[in-house]
Design a protein around this ligand. Structure first.
Ligand code: SF4
Length: 152
């Protein structure tokens, strides 16, 4: 298990991010973890830094959170969901990623079905195969700004 502190709030060409608290957060981490580096300077050199055993900080650009009620962003995308990542909500619902915090893409329930069977289910397989073709099958994925990062 690891802990990744993610400050994904840098400006992009399209999105202005709000990051006025970053300096306070970084100073607090330096103090509480007794770090002998200046994080604000170190993060200029690389965007992922190990702070402690299994504790990391990561900087990245802001992205449009997936929402079903917005216009389609892009349908021709790739995402690592169901390859490198999935999420399990507190009620046991398995979802393809941590961005689907409301369970808009329920793939099955871990209390009722094995993870292997869930990943081999029709909906999960369709998603996986779709991303293999660089195609978003799910409506939520078509409206996800995070996946666009992989196109850069
Ligand atoms: S495209 Fe976005 S919403 Fe869809 S699985 Fe990937 S990260 Fe989640």
């Amino acid at each position: 298990m690891i802990c990744a502190i993610r400050l994904w709030n840098m400006d992009t060409a399209e999105l202005k991010a709000s990051n006025g608290l970053n300096d306070d957060i970084l100073s607090m981490l330096e103090e509480k973890l007794s770090l002998d580096i200046r994080l604000s300077e170190a993060l200029q050199q690389k965007n992922n830094i190990k702070l402690r055993d299994r504790v990391y900080i990561n900087m990245a650009e802001k992205f449009e959170w997936p929402e079903l009620d917005r216009d389609i962003i892009d349908e021709n995308i790739f995402c690592y969901a169901l390859r490198d990542q999935l999420g399990i909500l507190v009620d046991g619902t398995v979802v393809p990623c941590c961005l689907d915090s409301e369970g808009k893409i329920p793939l099955g329930n871990i209390f009722e079905t094995s993870l292997e069977d869930i990943l081999n289910g029709e909906r999960a397989k369709n998603m996986y195969d779709g991303f293999s073709r660089r195609c978003a099958v799910e409506e939520l994925c078509k409206r996800c700004g995070y996946a666009k990062r992989h196109k850069k």
